[in-house]
Design a protein around this ligand. Structure first.
Ligand code: ADP
Ligand code: ZN
Length: 619
């Protein structure tokens, strides 16, 4: 087995967290609170860690696992994720293993023996496995360095990811009082944090709370206008050859969109819960192991996929809440490299979601909460100020700067105008037509149309007929969208999308309040994510592609995803500094001693060929 001959030379007494960071992981400095968390565990104390996705939670227990005597037990909810982590650790030369029932009896027995013998640095397992009497007995006979409880929000009964097996983990405190425990999560809410501490008996734990900002993600929200073409432009111009996820609300739309992207020559695959399990498994596998696959999916896709180099997440339908939006967009750019979160939404989305919500079963209290969530999401969409600041504020971070310079609102501020006059016209037209019609008809009346419906109801005789000819249908739709989003108009769930005035209209109709609306401008796709692959100088492209090719071959040889060899950031540093000798290569982020030994000569040779293309032919 892999780990049995993993090098163990770094466990000399003189090792420190920093030297391990450098030698094993090839990184030069700790991020955020990593070092303080590691020190806490090394001192034998407990910790509760909140860090955003991609913040670098794993190192917080992996480094103590290498420094403390015994094996670190890592508890994680998803078997597929555990295997990915273990594979990545093997590439670093770390002795890690998984204990789960999908393995053969003899493999499991060998892993257990290795644990008893103290040969493992890390052992991953699911909570239900851990709390079996047999496993607990085994752990009592083995040297244990620490317990790391990943995705710790799974203990929260209020969260979406509740797992009853996680509740059983409370036993660890009593059964292993001497062993330090660390609980980690990317879920921000303070209630969840309190619940984790309570349920896992982490009363003495130090709390480490990081900002939830994802500075490398560029947030962009745009109005729908031939959505498929907009998406295609984004993929072709800004993300050629990149891996990403496109989210749609319905299964039909997932399949249609994937098929259309394939016709455009893109590597797009559909994913939703209605597809056969085997097809879903293969799709996930290709996404992880091949470069540049695009997954078109319902939100069923993403949970349990820990691919660090997802370069974009695109939403073709409006998410129901900011929580959902942030979780889904958070799957982009875990590796810290530039990534795009792009959302296109339109009037129909707003109407559809409002109708779904009002028409859903569920208590009034539930509906009220969902309404607030949707309103917050719409507010984010219609915002003219920095999106990031609004997102962070929503999650309780009130000290974010006013501008981030990495969202569409900061980069291309939308012009606003005083639209009070037009808003009054729109509202009175809804009123005059009896609050019984949907937006299309109301706009027809405003623009002085001559449709069957208008004649049927004699709406050409209304005082509001034709008072809105100065604006295009599209401009009116933009106004109505913003009015619904701001709650001046309500969509009747039963009446086929009929618009109703709300209390909030009164001051506007009475002339007591002015309304500023944003002008919808066509999105500028100019702002490219910073430092992305396609912004490499033209001259660097061949080397970049060659390095990716080499990485792919090595990944196939080892049966691991390409990023487990070296991630994009590491390859990009190689392109920039073109190392020719081992010491130069070691200076690159992500190159530690094991990877140097394993892959160094292949990469150096390739770079030398690029730097001195003639050497071979002349010698
Ligand atoms: P999380 O579990 O918090 O989502 P990970 O532990 O998977 O995040 O880390 C995200 C990425 O950041 C990984 O590719 C990891 O190797 C990298 N990383 C973590 N810490 C550092 C560091 N100190 N320097 C450079 N890269 C780091
Ligand atoms: Zn901003």
């Amino acid at each position: 087995m892999h780990w049995s001959h993993a090098p163990v030379y770094w466990r000399a007494m003189s090792e420190t967290p920093r030297s391990i960071l450098q030698r094993v992981f090839g990184y030069h400095s700790f991020r955020g609170e990593q070092e303080a968390i590691i020190d806490t565990l090394l001192q034998g104390d407990d910790a509760l860690v909140l860090m955003p996705t991609g913040g670098g939670k794993s190192l917080c227990y992996q480094i103590p696992a290498l420094l403390r005597a015994g094996t670190a037990i890592v508890i994680s909810p998803l078997i597929s994720l555990m295997q990915d982590q273990v594979d990545a650790l093997h590439e670093l030369g770390v002795a890690a293993a998984v204990l789960n029932s999908s393995r053969s009896q003899s493999e499991q027995a060998a892993t257990e023996q290795a644990l008893l013998d103290g040969e493992l640095d890390l052992l991953y397992m699911a909570p239900e496995r851990l709390t079996r009497p047999r496993t607990l007995a085994l752990l009592h006979r083995s040297p244990i360095a620490l317990f790391a409880i990943d995705e710790a929000h799974c203990v929260s009964q209020w969260g979406h990811d509740f797992r009853s097996d996680y509740l059983e983990l409370e036993r660890l405190a009593g059964e292993f009082p001497q062993v330090p425990r660390v609980a980690l999560t990317a879920t921000a809410e303070p209630q969840t944090r309190a619940e984790i501490a309570r349920r896992l008996h982490l009363d003495q734990a130090r709390h480490f709370i990081s900002s939830f900002d994802r500075p490398n993600i560029r947030y962009r929200i745009t109005r729908k206008d031939k959505t498929r073409q907009q998406l295609l432009a984004l993929l072709r111009r800004e993300h050629p050859g990149d891996a990403g996820i496109v989210y749609c609300l319905s299964r039909n739309k997932v399949e249609a969109t994937a098929a259309w992207l394939q016709q455009q020559g893109l590597d797009a695959l559909p994913y939703h819960a209605g597809l056969p399990a085997e097809q879903r498994r293969q799709t996930q596998q290709r996404f992880l192991y091949e470069d540049g696959i695009i997954i078109v999916a319902t939100i069923a896709f993403g949970m349990g996929i820990d691919k660090p180099d997802v370069r974009f997440v695109a939403h073709l339908d409006l998410p129901k809440s900011i929580e959902g939006y942030y979780q889904e967009t958070g799957r982009a750019g875990r590796d810290g490299e530039p990534a795009t979160a792009w959302l296109a939404y339109g009037l129909e989305d707003v109407i559809k979601l409002r109708q779904m919500l009002e028409g859903s079963g569920g208590s009034e209290e539930h509906k009220r909460r969902e309404r607030l969530r949707l309103d917050a999401m719409l507010g984010l969409c219609e915002l003219t100020a920095c999106r990031r600041q609004a997102l962070l504020q929503y999650f309780g971070e009130h000290d974010a700067p006013e501008r981030c310079d990495n969202c569409d609102a900061c980069l291309h501020p939308a012009p606003t105008r005083d639209a009070t006059e037009d808003v009054r016209k729109a509202l009175s037209c809804v009123y005059r037509t009896g609050q019984r019609f949907g937006v299309n008809h109301v706009i027809d009346v405003l623009r002085g149309g001559d449709t069957t419906k208008i004649r049927q109801f004699n709406h050409q005789n209304l005082s509001t007929w034709g008072i809105g000819r100065h604006l295009s249908t599209r401009a009116w739709r933009s106004i109505f969208r913003q009015l619904v989003a701001r709650g001046l108009l309500r969509v009747d769930p039963e009446g086929f999308g009929a618009l109703h005035l709300t209390e909030a209209c009164r001051p506007v109709l009475r002339g007591e309040e002015n309304i500023r609306l944003r002008e919808d401008v066509t999105e500028k796709v100019s702002g490219r994510p910073r430092r992305e692959a396609s912004t490499l100088a033209e001259a660097d492209q061949p080397l970049w592609q060659a390095l990716r090719g080499l990485r792919k071959r090595l990944a196939e040889r080892d049966g691991v995803p390409p990023y487990a060899i070296f991630n994009d950031h590491t390859l990009r540093e190689m392109v920039a500094s073109r190392p020719l000798h081992e010491p130069d290569l070691l200076r690159i982020t992500g190159v530690g001693e094991t990877k140097l030994a394993r892959f160094g000569s292949d990469f150096l040779e390739l770079i030398r060929e690029f730097e001195y293309p003639d050497v071979e032919s002349t010698s």
